[in-house]
Design a protein around this ligand. Sequence first.
Ligand SMILES: Nc1ncnc2c1ncn2[C@@H]1O[C@H](COP(=O)(O)OP(=O)(O)OP(=O)(O)O)[C@@H](O)[C@H]1O
Length: 691
Amino acid sequence: MDDWEEDQGPVVSCSSGFGLSSRGADGGFKSFYTGSTGNGKANNEDGDGGSWKTTAGDGFRGRGGRGGSRGGRGGFRNTFKSETDENGNDEGWKNGEGQGRGRGGFRGGFRGGFRGGFREGGNEETGKKGFGRENDGNGTDGGWKGGEGRGIGRGGFRGGFRDGSGDEETGKRGFGRGGFRGRNEEVFSKASTADKPDPEAGENAGPKVVYVPPPPPEEESSIFSHYASGINFDKYDDILVDVSGSNPPKAIMTFDEAGLCESLRKNVTKSGYVKPTPVQKHGIPIISAGRDLMACAQTGSGKTAAFLLPILQRFMTDGVAASKFSEIQEPEAIIVAPTRELINQIYLEARKFAYGTCVRPVVVYGGINTGYTIREVLKGCNVLCATPGRLHDLIGRGKIGLSKVRYLVLDEADRMLDMDMGFEPDMRKLVGSPGMPSKEDRQTLMFSATYPEDIQRMAADFLKVDYIFLAVGVVGGACSDVEQTIVQVTSTKRDQLLELLRSTGNERTMVFVETKRSADFIATFLCQEKMSTTSIHGDREQREREKALSDFRTGQCPVLVATSVAARGLDIEQVQHVVNFDLPSSIDEYVHRIGRTGRCGNIGRAVSFFNPESDTPLARSLVKVLSGAQQEVPKWLEEIAFSAHGTTGFNPRGKVFASTDTRKGGSFKTDEPPQASAPSPAAAADDEEWE
Ligand SMILES: Nc1ncnc2c1ncn2[C@@H]1O[C@H](COP(=O)(O)OP(=O)(O)OP(=O)(O)O)[C@@H](O)[C@H]1O
């Protein structure tokens, strides 16, 4: 039997103990929220887990279990301290000796299908052999004692204890899936993920993932469903465009000039596209002419179609391998993106534009069953849409061959090439993989709304020397259709949020927070306040993530609390409003987050809570972005920005916007040396928990 088929054997479900859309409450909050209904109280009976923390032992730390609808989660005393203090609900305890007793956190875990079992390197799959008191059904005790080097896991699968040397990003080498951390939760590792065993992939590598996503709709009406472009769509034509590089092809003005075949043309029309956006007007002929491209255009301005259409057209002209079963598939195009939801969205766009043609797009990403993924790939694959981890996994298994790759597309290219938080090692590994045509023999296309200067320079390694740089508007600038408001806060952010959401009625709103725990906490809080809220972050199962997104898309839950996992690329109809409950530490991230609204010529609003204690390093970049998008800059923000010493001008991560192609040497340089930014307190606390 082929190795991947083994995945079809008995597997441990990551979903056992979970209600469909419900989860235990975070310890310390005495609350519970459902993923979809906002019914915050019905199942609260066991959710009031006490927070806990240990400070001794061999660096272990985890979370209490997530037990179905009755489970609680061990709390996070330190991180949530201020919030729980505010709430008066913190029942946390601290244990300096690595021993102690907890309440709901563990109890919930034990009751949740053996999640949260106490393990000492025991059976990772179930945690059953741990010290969890599985029959502690009444939840009256749930206490535990831990000596050195022992830990409490968050579920048998997640967050289990870490030996300190494990892979902090994935927990792959630790005991259990410590989950994701930090701001970009899809970032698996600073080193290549493929260098390490994939917990979903190999034998003995950890729990197998059984989730198989529902098939995408087949009806034509669903495939082509779209939202209308907005009143500002025509204003795109006024945006300044800078094209640099030798002999750039002439822009097209209409889709008729794009030279699309009949099928593609029809699909473009059925998608509601009447005229191309600037990135399409310039990008399509550049790609069609066979040139490499680094394109920067504001959020929501149609970058996806700008690369998909010319690629598909080339395949229609030159032909692609017939889609048929083969034990190894050799796609002609590979598209990579940093998050699962985004790559799935790109896949759906590819499928839409390729509708009725012989081109078969396939999507692969983590969090879903590997066997299922492989079967889908082996049916035939011309355009492979992938997140990096799963892509390398399939290449490693010999299911994907690279020798026929003609197009390599990096969407959110700055994230994909970010050395600190992105997938740079994975991308280098990909282009260096056996069979992958050299950059001279393939076309490499990069798209984003932001391109820090250092990333631009590094990106050149992946591109032919004569690549074209296309900038629509200011590189790194925010979409001017988003009305941006910055509100100074003190300590009552939650109440301010509530007031804000109450004033916006049923508007579809994304609330961004910095940490996964904050996401749970705020979602719980809003549910308690009778607001239909759901949440998405890297600690949720893929099934839950997709359900959350779908509930938000359909309007069943008009409020989505999200970490930065949802900051980039997601194109959701009628998101009228983005709230930065916590500001991100990077201005690029800010630009992407607020770009979830005001898309395709529609108007949107973004309100950001600015906390002078933690957000001052971002002040100058914010001023720059606000004024660049013709937004009012509050006086107080200007004062903070210009009195702040030791902050970088435009990006606290020490990066500066490039105003244009770095080959021309242009950038918004500041007169201050770049500094490494300190993580925000919230993010730091998040790190603390996982390390
Ligand atoms: N020419 C067009 N006419 C009408 N609608 C369009 C056109 N081009 C793109 N759209 C629509 O605009 C929306 C935004 O497009 P897309 O998601 O490609 O933006 P993006 O530039 O990739 O954004 P982000 O930077 O957030 O990733 C989508 O719903 C897409 O279908």
